[in-house]
Design a protein around this ligand. Structure first.
Ligand code: SF4
Length: 315
């Protein structure tokens, strides 16, 4: 990836910034020191690179933000409006056409098109490929948590259109397509531009895992209700509501939610109101069951079992 150094320098100059923060997602972090050196040499500003983990635009390093004049957050699109933070998106130039062509036999006629910010500049090309194959691509606007039509996050599928008969996700990994499948109950086809492969997303295995986690929490008496301390994951009102339903419960604030940190709390089960990926991706590693708020509501009879849904964070 190429960083837009002229833009960085221009912002530093315009704001007369003397101390600058850089925050990178894990995949880009190793390029941080070289970029910091280049920017220091060309701007005269002091650069501090965040060494903490970063998984999304929700994950602003507030400690660093507090000691710099401007924080450049790389790799993600804007999630919150704070003039001290500059979101520097990045895009993969990988070809998407092969993966979309391979997805065609699995798609219906009216296709909701989704992707992540890394491939968002390829949306027109994806739509063209679908039209050429006699499909009707539909690209919808999401809520304020996303920036672009068609853009999805692991916690936000607001840009998945209504009235389609299947969803195409162009990107890597399983989390986004599984989330969409659960959120919209429509066939989802995941097309990976790096391998060129396309597959129909199956949520059976994950559903079985989730029901197993819920079964373990069935008799829980003491609950830990986790409030995520990353700014874009903080759902205090939801956490308070869940605490009210739980009875014997304690609110726990955590930034990085790891099995070790949960170990210290002697509760029977947890509910995580932070990033929905945590309860799902790391299930099995925690010392006690970790439910999403929706799963907790189902367990407490506040939601019907057939209304199982994905825990999205709305903008
Ligand atoms: Fe990604 Fe989780 Fe942050 Fe949502 S809350 S943007 S899924 S890291």
């Amino acid at each position: 990836m190429m960083f837009d150094v002229p833009k960085i320098l221009d912002i530093i100059k315009t704001r007369n910034a003397k101390t600058v923060g850089f925050q990178f997602p894990e995949g880009l972090k190793r390029q941080g020191p070289a970029l910091a050196k280049e920017v220091e040499e060309k701007s005269g500003a002091l650069v501090i690179v965040s060494g903490d983990p970063c998984y999304g635009a929700c994950d602003i390093d507030e400690g660093l933000l507090g000691i710099v004049d401007v924080l450049f957050h790389f790799g993600h699109s804007r999630m919150m409006d704070d003039e001290r933070i500059v979101f520097m998106e990045y895009y993969h130039d990988v070809d998407v056409e092969r993966a979309v062509i391979n997805a065609l036999p699995l798609l219906g006629r009216k296709v909701g098109v989704t992707t992540t910010v890394q491939h968002i500049h390829k949306l027109d090309e994806i739509a063209r490929t679908l039209k050429n194959a006699d499909r009707e691509p539909i690209i919808a606007n999401g809520d304020s948590r996303v920036v672009y039509p068609g853009q999805v996050l692991g916690c936000n599928f607001s840009a998945v259109p209504e009235g389609v008969d299947s969803i195409l996700f162009v990107g890597t990994g399983n989390f986004h397509p599984v989330g969409m499948r659960l959120a919209r109950k429509l066939p989802v086809v995941a097309a990976d531009p790096f391998t060129g492969e396309a597959r129909l997303v199956d949520v059976e295995k994950m559903m079985r895992q989730r029901y197993a986690v819920m079964a373990k929490a069935m008799d829980a008496k003491k609950w830990g209700i986790i409030v995520g301390m990353k700014p874009g994951q903080r759902r205090m009102e939801l956490a308070k509501r869940i605490k009210g339903l739980a009875g014997d419960a304690v609110l726990i604030s955590i930034r990085e939610i790891t099995p070790d940190r949960l170990q210290s709390f002697k509760v029977d089960a947890f509910v995580s109101t932070a990033c929905p990926r945590i309860a799902i991706d790391d299930a099995g590693m925690f010392p006690a069951p970790v439910l999403t708020p929706i799963e907790f509501e189902m367990l407490k009879g506040k939601r019907k079992w057939e209304d199982m849904a994905f825990d999205e964070i709305k903008g």
